[in-house]
Design a protein around this ligand. Structure first.
Ligand code: GLC
Length: 571
């Protein structure tokens, strides 16, 4: 085992000037799948409370919880019907308060998931809006007449994010409403000042309750163009991580609208009302790094962070990894910060793309936790939980219902390209131990989704005591990151050693004006051994995902296949 300190080191005065959200490590919990305390087969807030010691020991500092607000759960909480109430199956407002209190008591932070773009179709606002064209809530959503003759064609060609028209006909008032995602998630009309005010109240409410930050669901879709003009044609069949256009159109009137980017600054002002302690916003937006940066504002006065999803589908080869980091560095120089994501509740689990390789998973963890940027770890990633191949016809995910007829080869084809037609695959219950329900639910309960077939082998309990495990690797890396401020917020510079093989990614993290030394990272993205010449170094090997020992720096170091090594170079 590594002899890493378990105590949080004291921050120097310079370190403490760097905002906490820039230095933090974040862990995403999908509440439905994390821990079921009341035995109904569905994860809940009390379950999360019971696992806080585990999370603290793991060493993550900020928890992001997917939505637990009142909802018909047609999209498992991303369809909110009351932003101020808690879904019964997850618990009560007292449970939320207890959770916030307990998280804070451990020196940790909590981030809530805020769906600003749309509500559930069962939200009382939408019920009123669809009832009558004259209802005061009518204009809270986006309603239009259909195209003539007869109005039976959608108002324009705007597509939803899943392909297909985003418009849905509503017989009661003979008009169409727009939904960026699924039909039961009607988009709010942000051009109506009452809507904006109501949603900013929601934001203020949760900050007042003690939330430290908000993750903003499909933030890029908030404003639609007031002209309602057709989106122009494009040859792109599919959107990708770096380009949101697809389904044969450029979504210029529905995505990344300049008014949405301006709204990021308006929202920031609201967040800044809560200065003690400071809070933060992280946006779910899609596009290349330069486009995404615009959401953070030219003067760093917009969203604090945006997800950079290119890592979800990256090619893990030295050259590609360097290009990716370079692009992030270029677009997010200080005072901006990149983010680093390997998985989430919508996308194939990262180990799946590595074909289950444990060494490769540990290497990616080392990259994620040593490179410049705020890491977001998806629950279960720390034990190498894999995708659960659940047939489409058994899917509970509403997206899977849309693709019910897709053949298995197509499901696999999409999965390889980072797209899940059934997102249940990455949402299976957390694997705590080798018992029947993996410690997620009591053994006599029926978990809402089936457990992964390898849960008896891949779980927290079996990895706890195994120093070679992925779990111990995460713990050691997280402890190392807490120990070394250079890893939290230091600048990144490439190590240009002429004899480094192409597949070894090597960088240095250094604090400005700090004489304490740089932390150097060498990551071998191939199975071939590489010899490192460390003769000019005077310091210590702080971490290796293969040997697990701290030692003095040897003059030559044999970097084994998929090894990550972190060296402290002391002057
Ligand atoms: C986001 C969420 C996803 C949800 C969708 C609609 O992409 O991550 O889970 O289904 O928005 O709210």
């Amino acid at each position: 085992m590594h002899d890493l300190p378990s105590e949080r080191p004291r921050l120097s005065p310079v370190d403490s000037q760097v905002p906490w959200w820039k230095r933090t490590t974040t862990y995403q919990i999908y509440p439905r799948s994390f821990a079921d305390a009341n035995g109904d087969g569905i994860g809940d807030l009390r379950g999360i409370l019971g696992k806080l010691d585990y999370l603290q020991r793991l060493g993550v500092e900020t928890l992001w919880l997917s939505p637990f607000f009142q909802s018909p759960q047609a999209d498992f909480g991303y369809d909110i019907s009351d932003h101020f109430a808690i879904a019964e199956e997850y618990g009560t407002m007292d449970d939320v308060r207890a959770l916030i209190r307990e998280v804070h008591a451990r020196g940790m932070k909590i981030v809530l998931d805020m769906v600003l773009n749309h509500t559930s179709a069962l939200h009382p606002w939408f019920a009123a809006s669809r009832r009558d064209r004259g209802d005061p809530k009518r204009d809270w959503y986006i309603w239009r007449d259909g195209r003539k003759p007869g109005g039976k064609a959608p108002p324009n060609n705007w597509r939803s994010m899943l392909g297909g028209s985003g418009w849905h006909y509503d017989e009661a008032t003979d008009q169409w409403y727009f939904a960026s995602f699924l039909d039961f998630q009607p988009d709010l009309n942000y051009r109506n000042p009452e809507v904006k005010a109501a949603m900013l109240d929601v934001v203020r409410h949760w900050f007042a309750q003690g939330a430290d930050g908000l993750r903003l669901d499909i933030f890029n879709a908030l404003f639609k163009d007031a002209s309602f003009a057709d989106n122009p044609f494009s040859w792109r069949p599919m959107p990708t991580e770096s380009n949101p256009h697809g389904f044969f159109q450029r979504h210029i009137h529905t995505i990344d609208h300049p008014d949405t980017i301006a709204f990021a600054r308006e929202l920031r002002k609201v967040v800044d009302e809560f200065a003690d302690p400071p809070r933060f916003l992280v946006g779910e937006v899609f596009g290349d790094a330069a486009m995404l940066r615009r959401y953070c504002g030219e003067a760093a006065d917009g969203l604090h962070l945006v997800f950079l999803f290119e890592t979800l589908n990256a090619r893990w080869q030295g050259r590609h990894v360097r290009a990716l980091i370079q692009a992030f560095e270029h677009a997010f120089p200080e005072p901006f910060s990149p983010t680093f994501v390997l998985g989430n509740h919508d996308r194939p689990r990262s180990i799946h793309r590595l074909r289950g390789g444990r060494d490769e998973a540990k290497l990616l963890a080392a990259l994620q936790l040593t490179v410049r940027g705020v890491p977001f770890i998806y629950y279960g990633e720390e034990i190498g939980m894999d995708n659960h191949d659940i047939p489409l016809h058994e899917g509970l995910d509403p997206v899977s219902a849309r693709f019910r007829m897709a053949p298995r080869w197509l499901v696999r084809w999409f999965r390889r390209r980072g797209v899940l037609l059934n997102r249940d695959e990455c949402r299976s219950p957390m694997q705590w131990d080798a018992s029947k329900n993996a410690g997620f639910s009591p053994d006599d309960a029926t978990p809402w989704l089936p457990l992964h077939r390898r849960s008896a082998a891949v779980n927290v309990a079996t990895q706890e005591g195994d120093p070679e495990s992925i779990l111990c690797c995460y713990r050691n890396l997280l402890a190392l990151r807490r120990e070394q401020p250079a890893l939290q917020w230091g600048q990144l510079a490439w190590i240009a050693a002429p004899r480094l093989p192409d597949n070894v990614v090597a960088f240095r993290r250094i604090l400005p004006g700090n004489g304490a030394g740089a932390v150097e990272v060498f990551l071998n993205f191939s199975k071939r051994v590489a010899e490192l010449d460390l003769s000019a170094y005077a310091g210590r090997v702080l971490f290796s995902n293969r040997t697990g020992q701290r030692s003095a720096v040897p003059p030559a170091y044999t970097l084994r296949g998929f090894e990550a090594v972190v060296v402290l170079d002391q002057p």
